[in-house]
Write a protein that binds this ligand. Structure first.
Ligand code: AMP
Length: 204
């Protein structure tokens, strides 16, 4: 199964993707984590993208599409994957569609995590506090405002592309973490819901 976790910063995409990875063996692919690893390694790519990430802007489509194309070709994605933070632009969504289409594959579901803005600010503030000295440079109210603007202008317009394909599922991201997981499992037809009841004997 190939999934996309979609939603603004702080919506819970990473948390829920990690749970799906743990329960169902789908590989979580966080482009933010990949970029932060590149920055930490001091690679040329890391040097190129650090200021962009810290400012809350988007890294170029070219770099991101290449990064994902290489990553999903690896063996650990064979059972499926959950994209967390990609695609973030219409160009990325179209490139993803084309790259999957080459192997006769496609995105099965896009889970859109809906969370009020005020709550996003609370969550990012909490995340920064909990991380202490290792807090992300972009986890502060000012940069979040910028990232939300980028989300509305460049990322949310991706949704109609997937809506037209009939794969969009809206998730109430204001619910508790466990409830959000249950909503996602329900949308995907997974998880521990009650076994289907047999209502009539065959042929009746
Ligand atoms: P995240 O951890 O998903 O919040 O990503 C952190 C930052 O990495 C974003 O604010 C962007 O600067 C960059 N980034 C992550 N994924 C993408 C993407 N798909 N396209 C462009 N930039 C990205």
């Amino acid at each position: 199964m190939k999934l996309i976790m979609f939603g603004p910063p702080g919506a819970g995409k990473g948390t829920q993707a990690a749970r799906l990875e743990e329960s169902y063996g789908l590989k979580q692919l966080s482009t933010g984590d990949m970029l932060r690893a590149a920055v930490a390694s001091g690679s040329d790519l890391g040097k190129e993208v650090q200021a962009i990430i810290d400012a809350g802007d988007l890294v170029s489509d070219d770099i991101m599409v290449r990064m994902i194309e290489q990553r999903i070709a690896q063996d650990d994605c064979a059972k499926g994957f959950i994209l967390d933070g990609f695609p973030r632009t219409e160009a990325q969504a179209e490139a993803l569609d084309t790259m999957l289409g080459k192997s006769g594959s496609k995105i099965d579901a896009v889970l859109v995590m809906e969370v009020d803005e005020e709550e996003l600010f609370n969550r990012i503030e909490t995340r920064a506090k909990e991380a202490g000295d290792s807090a992300r440079a972009d986890d502060n109210a000012e940069t979040l405002r910028k990232r939300l603007g980028v989300y509305k202008e460049q990322t949310a317009p991706v949704l109609p592309f997937y809506e037209a394909k009939g794969v969009l599922h809206k998730i109430d991201g204001m619910a508790s973490m466990d409830d959000v997981t249950r909503q996602i499992e329900g949308a995907l037809g997974l998880g521990g819901g009650p076994a289907p009841r047999q209502t009539a004997a065959p042929g009746m």
